[in-house]
Design a protein around this ligand. Structure first.
Ligand code: HEC
Length: 290
């Protein structure tokens, strides 16, 4: 009980500025008919005006874009990045043939090298959003291999290797406007991002849009922009590498809301929206966070 009280108290500051989210929510709701590109440009404009000294690509570095001290520690950590082992493991796993002699390279464009920027995408035949992690498991499935857990472990390592081979490429997620199902998936993801939930009644935007750069207990809050550039992430708190949807689940829990299954349709749509917001950013994963 006391733990709950202590945690909840840390959110008071943010609760105070919550009414602002109504304003921001309305601004974006007004552009609901405008489409993904208008949404993205509105968000870019919002951060550019609010943080005129932060160059756009810097937002890809999460809270380190705002916090000098944390940034220094982070840069030091990059001297011997703790995700390096995951990249090596991931490469070995990626290159190991399946029992039938085929391999991951057979499932992806360009043999799976340098393709991270094209995920997630909307699969017209399946009528669903496909993420990289989902396609890694689909590849296994179609080759008669067992599925891997989505949040950590071997699948995260394979994803880390694939992200590494894509570093420097520009995120290029597409929402085909002539496909109503794709547009609907994007809109559903966007709606999830703007909907308040949990006992604390926060939406994703409450923390990562209007409270970005502000301190929530020990950390400054990162911006929505650039949230999709650097996954998977080695977190000191996790002590291992984890996927973006592991982070979604954790942020749900932070507001005392029940997390969804990794790779559920809802989380995939959310990833579709959030990654679209990072279009134009360079990939820089895997990364470290504390
Ligand atoms: C109560 C505030 C709060 C809410 C609401 C919240 N988060 Fe977070 N989130 C955090 C904190 C704190 C961190 C860790 C510090 C940081 O990177 O911002 C974080 C980190 C993240 C990160 C990792 C950032 C990075 O640089 O690696 C992502 C992605 C993220 N949140 C997405 C979401 C999504 C999606 C939602 C809505 C489902 C959400 N968050 C809701 C507080 C929140």
């Amino acid at each position: 009980m006391s733990g709950r009280t202590e945690r909840t108290m840390g959110y008071r500051v943010i609760k105070k500025i919550l009414p602002l989210s109504i304003f921001i929510g309305l601004t974006f709701a007004a552009s609901a008919m405008a489409g993904p590109e208008e949404d993205r440009l509105a968000i870019v404009k919002y951060y550019a005006e609010r943080f005129p000294d932060v160059p756009l690509q810097e937002f890809a570095n999460g809270l380190y874009a705002f916090d000098e001290d944390a940034r220094e520690q982070w840069i030091e950590m990059e001297d011997f990045p703790p995700y390096e082992i995951a990249i090596e493991d991931g490469q070995a796993l990626f290159e190991a043939p399946f029992a039938n002699g085929k391999s991951y390279a057979d499932c992806f464009a360009n043999g799976g090298i340098g393709v991270r920027q094209d995920y997630p995408y909307f699969d017209t035949d399946a009528g669903e959003v496909m993420t990289l992690e989902l396609m890694i498991n689909r590849c296994r499935e179609s080759n008669g291999e067992e599925l891997l857990p989505y949040q950590i472990g071997d699948l995260a390592a394979i994803s880390a290797y694939m992200a590494y081979t894509s570093r420097g490429n520009t995120i290029n997620v597409k929402v085909p406007q002539d496909n109503p199902a794709a547009v609907a998936a994007y809109e559903t993801g966007k709606q999830y991002y703007y909907t308040r939930r949990g006992q604390l009644n926060f939406a994703c935007i409450s923390c990562h849009l209007q409270s970005a750069g502000l301190k929530l207990r020990a950390d400054r809050l990162s911006s929505s922009l650039g949230h999709a550039t650097h996954w998977p992430v080695y977190r000191s708190k996790w002590g291992e590498i984890g996927t973006l949807q592991k982070r979604f689940a954790e942020c749900n829990v932070q507001v005392f809301s029940k997390p969804l299954e990794a790779q559920s349709i809802e989380y995939r749509n959310l990833e579709y929206f959030l990654t679209y917001m990072s279009n134009g950013f360079e990939l820089n994963g895997p990364a470290t966070r504390r």
